[in-house]
Design a protein around this ligand. Structure first.
Ligand SMILES: C[S@@+](CC[C@H](N)C(=O)[O-])C[C@H]1O[C@@H](n2cnc3c(N)ncnc32)[C@H](O)[C@@H]1O
Length: 392
């Protein structure tokens, strides 16, 4: 497909890049051609530069060329800050709604293996573009999209109408699904979760699929869980690859302040050293190691500090008590100093998890899987074999 019918060369070029890179399946090309991302974006938006980690405002009225260039790029675009409390052109504190990267959206749609006539629940309407793509593919009446933010939902509904796409647009907590339109053949979340809500499993037909960005609170590093729903009320499957998404409201991390953990810099802490290199904590985005550590070290958050006077600290905070650990890497020193305090020895846990990951051949995301269900199944993760699982 050459996308010759598309009126903007930048958009046609993006389509070719997504197809060429394999991010978009061939079958999705007509949907890409028909559902224009630009039709779902607000006049004022903040394209996110993943290299500089900065979002810069672009106003369509003032810089139309830059606005369309951003719309036609494979970048995430922030469309709301701070749950709508932020106003003005400057970026806010936390991005709370966005248009996801087209390569990520189309890869999720490919993983969803969705087809004409299937009933789909789309969680996190955002701009409405994903719901529009699903409606284009499956038929509007078959798609239900749920968004928690009233203003975001209203704008998405209006833009979907204008585009002639008519999924059911529902305002509510997507964690509850939408029982009224169940059962679904597919559930897609374009918002990150820490727990797969039970309602999604209950509202999906046996044999149906749930595709959702999932991870632990350890870092932001998530992976796409692709779970098959079974008759026994469980859902299980492998991760397809790394991904990063803003988190579902209600499942966001709320980490107590540093002083809640560390009252007195080294008083009472056990001191030791480690030979794990600093580079293992400075891995490029989408690396498997932080994801894997998060699966092995329960209820823990890792925070990598900026370097200061030739040293860098990496902190670990327990989420169920006040345990903490800190490792300080100094330039030119082979061994790093470690301090840990509290009920748990968090660094020992991280070191053991690192040894486990290295010992298993440094597995990537796709070798891990997730099983979720009521009762004893609970929430289990596994490496290669679902029978050999643990609770993350
Ligand atoms: C990355 S955006 C989704 C992008 C969307 N797929 C699109 O096409 O633009 C994530 C959205 O999830 C929404 N969200 C967060 N928590 C939610 C919840 N509990 N229920 C429903 N939507 C939620 C956010 O408000 C945000 O609009």
């Amino acid at each position: 497909m050459t996308f010759e019918g598309i009126d903007r060369p930048g958009r046609a070029a993006l389509g070719r890049v997504l197809l060429g890179a394999g991010a978009m399946g061939e079958g999705w090309a007509p949907t890409f051609a028909a559902v224009d991302r630009a039709a779902f974006l607000p006049e004022l938006m903040w394209p996110f530069d993943t290299r500089t980690q900065k979002a810069v405002a672009v106003d369509k009225a003032e810089e139309p060329d830059a606005w369309f260039a951003a719309a036609d790029s494979d970048a995430p675009i922030v469309t709301q800050w701070d749950d709508g409390e932020h106003t003005g052109p400057g970026p806010g504190r936390v991005s709370t709604s966005s248009s996801s990267m087209p390569s990520v959206v189309y890869a999720l749609l490919r993983d969803l293996a969705v087809d004409e006539g299937m009933a789909v629940l789309d969680v996190g309407t955002g701009t409405g573009e994903t719901a529009g793509a699903l409606a284009h593919r499956c038929g509007g009446r078959k798609v239900t999209t749920v968004e928690v933010d009233p203003s975001v939902s209203r704008h998405a509904g209006a833009r979907l109408d204008t585009a002639g796409l008519h999924p059911h647009v529902v305002l509510g907590d997507g964690a509850k699904g939408c029982a009224g339109n169940a059962p679904y053949d597919r559930v897609l979340a374009t918002v990150g979760v820490r727990e797969i809500p039970g309602a999604w499993i209950e509202q999906t037909r046996p044999g149906g699929l749930i595709v959702a960005p999932w991870g632990t609170h350890y870092t932001h590093a998530d992976a796409v869980a692709r779970l098959v729903v079974r008759r026994d009320g469980t859902a299980s499957g492998r991760f397809t690859g790394p991904v990063e998404f803003m988190k579902l409201r209600g499942q966001r991390l709320s980490l107590p302040p540093h002083k809640h953990y560390v009252m007195d810099e080294d008083g009472g802490a056990d001191a030791s050293t480690t030979g794990i290199p600093e580079g293992e904590f400075l891995t490029p985005p989408y690396s498997a190691l932080p994801f894997a550590l998060g699966l092995r070290v329960r209820h823990c958050v890792q925070v990598v500090a900026a370097p200061h006077e030739g040293a860098r600290a990496v902190w670990f905070y327990g989420l169920t008590d006040r345990s903490w650990a800190c490792v300080v890497f100094r330039e030119g020193e082979a061994e790093a100093r470690v301090w840990q305090a509290g009920e748990r020895r968090l660094w020992d846990e991280v070191e053991a998890a690192y040894g486990w990951w290295v010992g298993h051949g440094r597995p990537d995301h796709a070798r891990f899987g997730l099983t979720v269900g009521p009762g004893p199944a609970g929430r289990r993760v596994w490496l290669d074999d679902p029978a050999d699982s643990w609770s993350p």
